[in-house]
Design a protein around this ligand. Structure first.
Ligand code: SF4
Length: 276
């Protein structure tokens, strides 16, 4: 495994070969305020860069194929904020009522954030095990009739990044390209970094939490959220774990994102707090 950490020997080597490299020291906190408006713009850029990468991913997923649409979807607060914003604009906040009736025991809560997991791996510490409920339901946003996603336009990254080379229904599980798992983890880390000092948790619980006006107002006002029962605190990128065979594709996708122009500077400068 290669750890991509700041100005490491690995980075220098990649630089000599003139191949795509992320150069930053990710432990540094952005200097400027990351409000929800800016976080939303950055999230849209992550989605757009990932969609470009995903065009080349071999998969059989399509409309009506929804075995992966369960209640076990994890999100950051900024992703839930974007879903709520969309429901509000579409005048469909009434949908939130259906979430309240979902039994808590059928919901899977993540045991660790993506950057928390990367930190444990970098320090060779065993990560905590996730408790998966014995019974889980179908995602409340899945339209049972045509098996399409009600919030497709604003679905979270975990939903955007799930691709299988074989029909899950025929094989009982997904068949995922290993490089896809690496790229997905790296992009999830970037999303968590954008939304640092906020929350990570189950999508249904996060939507209900932010659906509360007081919690939502606090998040919009500060762009951060203190730790709260049932959720994990998000944190900056501690470094990436990238197997050597996945380096080129992963760093290429990452650099495509970092070089994107956002607000008259680059995505890289904004997330590193180096924008002038
Ligand atoms: S949000 Fe949409 S894509 Fe994601 S699990 Fe639910 S129905 Fe499926």
């Amino acid at each position: 495994m290669a750890c991509v950490l700041g100005d490491s020997e690995f980075d220098k080597e990649r630089g000599r070969n003139n191949r795509p490299v992320p150069y930053q020291n990710y432990k540094k906190r952005p200097e400027q305020e990351m409000n929800t408006e800016l976080k939303t713009v950055l999230l849209q850029n992550v989605y757009a860069a990932y969609d470009k990468f995903a065009k080349g991913v071999e998969n059989v997923c399509g409309i009506g194929c929804a075995s992966c649409c369960t209640q076990n979807v994890s999100v950051t607060a900024i992703e839930a904020h974007c879903i709520l914003d969309w429901l509000n604009k579409e005048d469909r906040l009434d949908f939130m009522k259906s979430l309240r009736s979902i039994p808590a025991k059928t919901i899977c809560r993540p045991a660790i954030t993506t950057n928390g997991l990367a930190d444990k791996c970098l320090n060779q510490i065993e990560p905590p095990e996730e408790e998966v409920p014995s019974v889980t339901g179908v995602c409340p946003f899945l339209n049972k009739a045509d098996r399409t996603c009600f919030i497709y336009e604003v679905r979270p990254f975990s939903c955007r990044s799930f691709f299988s080379k074989k029909k899950c229904e025929d094989h009982g599980h997904a068949d995922i390209e290993p490089v896809l798992l690496t790229v997905n983890s790296v992009f999830l880390q970037v999303i968590e970094h954008i939304d640092s000092e906020s929350l990570f948790g189950n999508m249904i619980e996060m939507l209900l939490f932010l659906g509360d006006k007081m919690n939502h107002d606090r998040y919009v006002k500060r762009g951060t959220l203190p730790s709260s029962n049932g959720f994990l605190q998000t944190r900056p990128i501690p470094g990436f774990i990238i197997p050597p065979e996945d380096e080129y594709k992963t760093l290429y996708a990452l650099n495509t994102l970092y070089n994107t122009e956002v607000n008259n500077t680059t995505f890289r400068n904004i997330i590193m707090g180096t924008a002038s």
